[in-house]
Design a protein around this ligand. Structure first.
Ligand code: ADP
Ligand code: 5GP
Length: 203
């Protein structure tokens, strides 16, 4: 049977909600790929260039903006983050679902450019639990944690602009909710044109 194109999935959550942890589980499924964003922030311990992010200088990032190579970009906590077009379209053509792990300003830009994308917001069980997770991760100073937690409340208020909200309380449940959302989207009648044609063609 002919394969449908992959779906573009916008996956947002305030820093520390567990996006990275959820994605590690989701990406075990080979039908999913995470776009590697470009950023001007410094790598955290263990992060690799080209794997976690394309780590760029501000000058290089601005050169990519000028060349029109970003599908979207945004400034978040004093650093630039952006999605390169080259990270998305060729994979969708191959039937792979491409996940953009991006913050809300960038997500809203995608909503205008790619209205067929699936918008999923990951929320923490509470602001208190979000703070505990960021402290436990231990990758940011207290000052940066405070900045990210205060940013989080504003971002959570934007959740209603998304198609789906998943609370990452128990990890396993959150991951299974994600796959349920994508499966339901794939089965929508409006996305089934090619499949219906195949069914009618084959006697
Ligand atoms: P993000 O990618 O959204 O910034 P991480 O995936 O790095 O967040 O998770 C932040 C911290 O919370 C990590 O220490 C991670 O182990 C922990 N964490 C993630 N999901 C859960 C969960 N469901 N329950 C408890 N801790 C979690
Ligand atoms: P972090 O510094 O914790 O890796 O990411 C900070 C925020 O930037 C997160 O909310 C993350 O989703 C977002 N982000 C990562 N890549 C991109 C991107 O390409 N574009 C946009 N708009 N946001 C991104």
């Amino acid at each position: 049977m002919k394969m449908n194109k992959g779906r573009l999935i916008v996956f947002s959550a305030p820093s520390g909600c567990g996006k990275g942890t959820m994605l590690a589980e989701i990406l075990k499924n080979e039908r999913f790929r995470c776009s590697v964003s470009a950023t001007t922030r410094s790598p955290r311990e263990g992060e690799l260039d080209g794997i976690n992010y394309h780590f760029l200088t501000r000058e290089d990032f601005e050169r990519h903006i000028a060349a029109g190579e970003f599908l979207e970009y945004a400034e978040y906590c004093k650093n630039f983050y952006g999605t390169l077009v080259s990270e998305v379209d060729s994979y969708l053509e191959k039937g792979i679902n491409v996940i953009l792990e991006i913050e809300v300003q960038g997500a809203m830009k995608i909503k205008q450019k790619r209205p067929d994308a699936i918008f999923v917001f990951i929320a923490p069980p509470s602001i208190g639990e979000l703070t505990r997770r960021l402290r436990k991760r231990g990758t940011e100073s207290d000052e940066v944690i405070a900045e990210r937690v205060s940013q989080a409340a504003g971002e959570i208020a934007m959740a209603e602009k998304y198609d789906y909200v998943i609370v990452n309380d128990a990890l396993e449940d959150a991951v299974s909710d994600f796959f349920a959302v994508i499966r339901a989207e794939e089965l929508k009648a409006v996305c089934s044109g090619e499949i219906i044609n195949e069914v009618l063609k084959n006697a």
